[in-house]
Design a protein around this ligand. Sequence first.
Ligand code: TGC
Ligand code: FAD
Length: 392
Amino acid sequence: MAQDLFTHPDYYQLDELLTDEHKLIRDTVRAWIKKEVSPNIENWAQNNHFPKHLVPQMGDLGVFGPTVPIEYGGGGLDYISYGLMMQEIERCDSGMRSTASVQGSLVMYPIYAYGSEEQRKKYLPKLASGEWLGCFGLTEPDSGSDPNSMITNIKDAGDHVILNGAKMWISNAPEAQVAVVWAKDEAGVIRGLIVERGMEGFTTPEIHGKWSLRASCTGELVFDNVKVPKENILPNVQGLKGPLGCLSKARYGIAWGALGAAMDCYDSALRYTLQRSQFGKQIAGFQLQQKKLAEMITEITKGQLLVWRLGMLMNDGRATPAQVSMAKRNSCEIALNICREARQMHGGMGITGEYSIMRHMMNLESVVTYEGTHDIHLLITGMDVTGINAFK
Ligand code: TGC
Ligand code: FAD
């Protein structure tokens, strides 16, 4: 990637809606990204390299579990702060944001919200600091959009349970010390367990050949008669609402994050079309290019307002899962559209690693799929407004 010249578009002076602390947090994460990530991200993605040396730095920066209380190593911050962090990280690369959202929303959050005091004290500080990396196992080879169909299971064996099954497409898995895993007990009730690397029968083979999220590692979780102590079961939740509750937090972060990728593509397209000349004038002077830029900034501005309002509702504890779905879906849709337009506006240069556009576009194909596909979120909105469940 060439020098990172990003400045964020703020067409409606939305910075006025942020506190000084919000702006400080955003600018701190942006400065770290520009210094530590932007110069290398293209190389890491091209080489399918997960920069795990950054995990402790991300911990120091406070991007793991920013809304978790300070006493457990979290940031004790609000949801706008969390959103801005995800926006800044994904503005550079969705894979890096994946690392942060899995750790914070899908590993730390369930341990905080559903765990015992002992579990919180044992795991949260190490996860917050980045000493340990975590992953979240819900999806299985035959159970994706319909997680209730999972077959991974636990059987009671006295002071421990025996875990069998396999999870698929798990971000961070090959490097994780800890996995929050969802499995059905003998009564068919979904339970959450904390599985640690080193437990006999637990392996995490890497998934190779991805064209997307190449700077994030993805793997399977394979459980072959793994003995998991009962003290590792999350005591305070049962059923699908456990993993879905975590997904609401992570999807919220993605809503801000994907918007960050869209902002980067717009920023790059604006700069490029102002600099590049054809037919004797800047290409930004052609009406067709201005239409693209005008539509991009309109969608970005609407998206910024949507996620900010959602963040305020999250702060008040009033955001509904369906509202989160709408924002995740909207941000992914506009980011992909903006990315595709920006790619064309960069001409041939748009397919090279000189610009971040192609990498964003490939990354966003995962973002629009994981944490609930585009169609699943549309059906959640449809169900919410009609009261009719189209899934069943
Ligand atoms: P349904 O009967 O609707 O719900 C079961 C229970 O869960 C509650 N619930 C939620 N709670 C909190 N947050 C949400 N978002 C919730 N959605 C539903 C619901 O109220 C109910 O509670 P209760 O008390 O009545 O039991 O369940 P369903 O089986 O009909 O499924 C509904 C559906 C399709 C919407 C859901 O299963 C779904 O969202 N599917 C998509 C699966 C998904 O998102 N998987 C993501 C895997 S993790 C991942 O991709 C990480 S990538 C991370 C990265 O790298 O960044
Ligand atoms: P399917 O569920 O088989 O869907 C295939 C198609 O059918 C989709 O277009 C879907 O929208 C459509 N479809 C399904 N049901 C319906 C319906 N009722 N009506 C209309 N259309 C429908 N999972 C984890 O648990 N943890 C992780 O950390 C994680 N990380 C991931 C990282 C990456 C890079 C990727 C690609 C995935 C990751 N996932 C993870 C898995 C992800 O959540 C699933 O891929 C996603 O939920 C979709 O499941 P699926 O791939 O099995 O597709």
